[in-house]
Design a protein around this ligand. Structure first.
Ligand SMILES: *[C@@H]1O[C@H](CO)[C@@H](O)[C@H](O)[C@H]1NC(C)=O
Ligand SMILES: *[C@@H]1O[C@H](CO)[C@@H](O)[C@H](O)[C@H]1NC(C)=O
Ligand SMILES: *[C@@H]1O[C@H](CO)[C@@H](O)[C@H](O)[C@H]1NC(C)=O
Length: 319
C-alpha cells in the first residue's frame, strides 16, 4: 500500500518525490555509509599553524604561520602583527618590541618579521609609565635638552656644561654638544624633582665670563671685569681692570652671590690706580689728580702746583 502511494505521488510531483526518498534514505543509513567515499576526520592544526584549503574550501594541510603574522588557534588564517609587535615564522603570538627597539607592525607594504633598532636621536620604550606593555610603535624624537645614541629606550639628559637642541626636522640629537666659551649650559631642577637639560647655551651676563663646557658663568674677580657676552663679543675671560679705574664686584640681592664687575669705575679726583686694581688709591699728601676722564686715566698724582697746571690743561681739552 505504501509503495503504491509513493509511486502515485512521484508521478505527479517530482519535488515531493525527493522529500520522500530522503525519508527512505534516512530509514536505511547503513547502506548510505557504504555508498559514500571514506571521509577524513576534520583537520585540526596546532597554534602557530593554519589550515590550508583546497579548491572546495576543504582544509587539507597544516601550514606554518608566516613571519610577521600570528596564528593563535590553528583554525583561522594568519593575522598581521599589530604595531609594536613582530614575529618569526610558526608563532601563535607576536612578540613585543623590546626597550630600545620598535615595530610598526605588519601592513600591506611591510611584514614585521623583526624588531627594528631605535635610531640615534630617538627613544623607543616598551611600556609607557602607567600603561600596559605595548611595545614601541614609533620612535619618539628626543626633546630639547636630551639626546640618544642608537638602541635607546630613553633619551639622556644633557649634563651641566652640555646642551642639546633635541631632535627636529633638521637635525637628530645623536650626541650632546659642549657649551661654548662665553656661555653657560645649566641643568634645571624642578620642584617635582625632575631635571631638564640645557637646550641652548645662555650668554654670560655683564660681570660674568666662562670657558668652554661651563655649567655656570664665573663672576669676574675683583680687579677684573667683563662686559658679558653680546652679539659682538664673547666673554671668554675676565678682563684686567685698566689703570685709572677700579673694578669691584656687585652682589645679586636675591642670591647673595657675586655678579662680578660689569663696568670699570673711573677714579675720582685725588685718586689714582694702576692696572688690575679693585679700588683707587688716595693721592699722597701734597699731591693731587683730576681723576679719570675718558682717554685720560688717573694713573698717578702730581705735586699740587703741577696738578693746577695739568688741571687747567685738562679743562682746555675737555671743556
Ligand atoms: C608578507 O608575507 C607574506 C607571507 O609570507 C607574503 O605573501 C607577502 O608578499 C609579504 N609581503 C611583503 C610586503 O613582504
Ligand atoms: C634622523 O634619523 C632618521 C632615522 O634614522 C633618519 O631617517 C633621518 O634622515 C635623520 N635626519 C637627519 C636630519 O639626519
Ligand atoms: C661666540 O661664540 C659662538 C659660539 O661658539 C660663535 O658662534 C660666535 O661666532 C662667537 N662670536 C664672536 C663674536 O666671537
Amino acid at each position: 500500500m505504501a509503495l503504491y502511494v509513493m509511486v502515485f505521488i512521484s508521478a505527479l510531483f517530482i519535488k515531493v518525490q525527493s522529500v520522500i526518498s530522503f525519508v527512505v534514505i534516512k530509514d536505511s543509513t547503513a547502506s548510505i555509509r557504504n555508498y559514500l567515499p571514506p571521509y577524513p576526520p576534520p583537520l585540526e592544526c596546532k597554534p602557530g599553524f593554519y589550515p590550508q584549503r583546497d579548491l572546495t574550501n576543504t582544509p587539507v594541510t597544516c601550514t606554518e604561520c608566516w613571519a610577521g603574522f600570528y596564528c593563535p588557534d590553528g583554525a583561522s588564517l594568519p593575522k598581521p602583527c599589530p604595531p609594536g609587535r613582530w614575529s618569526g615564522p610558526g608563532l601563535p603570538l607576536c612578540e613585543f618590541a623590546q626597550d630600545g627597539n620598535w615595530s610598526p607592525g605588519t601592513s600591506k607594504h611591510y611584514n614585521a618579521t623583526e624588531m627594528l633598532p631605535c635610531p640615534a636621536g630617538f627613544q623607543c620604550r616598551q611600556a609607557v609609565p602607567g600603561k600596559d606593555v605595548t611595545g614601541c610603535t614609533k620612535p619618539i624624537p628626543c626633546p630639547p635638552g636630551t639626546w640618544a645614541p642608537p638602541h635607546c629606550s630613553e633619551c639622556y639628559i644633557a649634563q651641566g656644561g652640555q646642551y642639546s637642541p633635541g631632535t627636529s626636522k633638521d637635525s637628530n640629537a645623536t650626541y650632546w654638544i659642549q657649551c661654548p666659551a662665553g656661555f653657560e649650559c645649566p641643568q634645571t631642577h624642578h620642584p617635582d624633582d625632575t631635571i631638564t637639560g640645557c637646550s641652548k647655551p645662555v650668554p654670560c651676563l655683564p660681570g660674568m665670563f666662562s670657558k668652554v663646557h661651563a655649567e655656570r658663568c664665573t663672576s669676574a674677580p675683583d680687579g677684573s671685569w667683563s662686559p658679558g657676552t653680546n652679539r659682538k663679543y664673547n666673554a671668554t675671560d675676565a678682563l684686567q681692570c685698566p689703570a685709572g679705574y677700579a673694578c669691584i664686584h656687585t652682589t645679586n640681592p636675591d642670591t647673595g652671590l657675586s655678579r662680578g664687575c660689569m663696568n670699570p669705575d673711573p677714579c675720582p679726583a685725588d685718586f689714582y690706580s694702576g692696572p688690575g686694581a679693585w679700588q683707587c688709591s688716595h693721592c699722597e699728601p701734597g699731591t693731587s689728580s683730576p681723576g679719570t676722564f675718558p682717554d685720560h686715566p688717573s694713573i698717578e698724582c702730581f705735586p699740587s702746583e703741577a696738578f693746577d697746571l695739568s688741571f687747567q690743561q685738562h679743562n682746555l681739552i675737555y671743556s
